[in-house]
Write a protein that binds this ligand. Structure first.
Ligand code: PLP
Length: 375
């Protein structure tokens, strides 16, 4: 039986060994393993790629969020508005600082935080808003930034899944992570730009916030052994930066291939008459989606997942329990039914393989198998 994994890094990195080994050798030669020259070079390259003035390399996407919140001075008792339908790190970073995540339901079609319900959740304690560009599609940034300006509340974009994704408004194209006061990237291996372990980056156009973030990622040291701030150890490894500099050259090719694969799936689902039982991913007209995940939705999701698995096809549920119903957030007092769109998405969404080296035949097999499953 031919197996189709959810992600195949083996095929993605095929033919790149020499380039990657060369980059690793370079680090071994100079031995500046922590915050070495490759980190600085990568920060420059990613800032330029994302159209931001500054970029600060950190140890993970989770730390990028944590340090961004720390740079804004967020702490005990503060409220931060975000989505309940995201990876845990978005809300976890808020809670780790003693602040409170305040959830707003998602848009049913894009799975991103709903612009309609956001403003009514703002109180005098609201100190930041964290929209998440879920699966690789930007949230409604024009409305969110308008609210941010009007109410003077900073925005941290969680762009962990969305590097290179674009929000298009009045002819301007804005890259994910470049619209809020701060933007956070993850280089976890499953992301469109992944490294060989953990890594992340903070983007900002604000010189003061950039300086603060870079001091906070290194124990608040400035200068050596003088601590102006209480920071953490969250430096991006030079080795990871060296690998990322190689991978960055391929990022747009990989993301374009994912976008093409998404189109092929859309056409195959339509051609096979499956649109009555499968809801396709929805892209807002003003978005360029980079498909970190291709997520369909169907009523009998759990049985479909098992059926696919039995036929050798991997799929994944991002995410089976929305954050407001997680055990660790019971004390926040949310109930089932509070965020119906997030709860429905948690019951019905399924991510299919979308990686860049997926072949047309594999996509046909995925769709044919879903057709076999359908009543
Ligand atoms: C939406 C979102 N936020 C934050 C993170 C955290 O990133 P990392 O795994 O690099 O810590 C992730 C990564 O999975 C994510 O998908």
């Amino acid at each position: 039986m031919v197996k189709i994994p959810l992600l195949d890094l083996q095929s993605q990195y095929e033919g790149m060994e020499q380039e990657v080994f060369q980059a690793i050798k370079g680090v071994y030669a100079h031995k500046l393993f922590v915050l070495g020259p490759e980190v600085k070079e990568l920060e420059k390259e990613i800032a330029s790629y994302s159209n931001t003035a500054y970029a600060v390399g950190v140890a993970s996407g989770s730390d990028a969020l944590l340090i961004s919140l720390m740079a804004l001075g967020i702490g005990g008792g503060d409220e931060v508005i975000t989505t309940p339908y995201t990876f845990f790190a978005t809300a976890g970073s808020i809670s780790r600082l003693g602040a409170v995540p305040v959830f707003v339901d998602i848009d049913k079609r894009t799975y991103n935080i709903s612009r309609h319900k956001l403003e009514e959740r703002i109180t005098s304690k609201t100190k930041a808003i964290i929209p998440v560009h879920l699966y690789g599609q930007c949230a409604d940034m024009d409305i969110i930034m308008e609210i941010s300006r009007k109410r003077n509340i900073p925005v941290i974009e969680d762009a962990a899944q969305a590097i290179g994704s674009e929000y298009v408004k009045n002819g301007f194209r804005k890259k994910a992570g470049s619209m809020g006061q701060l933007g956070c990237l993850s280089f976890f291996p499953t992301k469109n730009l992944g490294c060989m372990g953990d890594g992340g980056m903070i983007l900002t156009g604000d010189a003061e916030l950039a300086e603060k973030a870079s001091v906070l990622r290194d124990h608040g040291i400035k200068p050596k052994y003088f601590h102006s701030l209480i920071g953490i150890n969250s430096r991006l490894d030079t080795l990871q930066a060296a690998v990322l500099l190689v991978n960055l050259k391929y990022l747009d090719i990989w993301s374009e291939k994912r976008r093409k694969n998404a189109e092929i799936y859309n056409e195959l689902f339509k051609a096979n008459g499956l649109l009555d039982i499968i809801t396709l991913p929805f892209t807002e007209f003003n978005n360029k989606h980079i498909y970190n995940q291709y997520v369909i939705r169907t009523k009998d999701r759990d049985n479909l997942k098992t059926f696919l698995k039995d036929k050798g096809i991997d799929s994944e549920i991002y995410y089976p329990i929305p954050l407001h119903l997680q055990e660790c957030y019971r004390h926040l007092g949310y109930q089932r039914g509070d965020f119906p769109n997030a709860e429905q998405a948690a019951r019905e969404t399924l991510a299919l393989p979308i990686y860049s080296k997926l072949t047309y035949q594999m996509q046909e097999k995925v769709v044919d198998t879903i057709k076999d499953f359908s009543p």
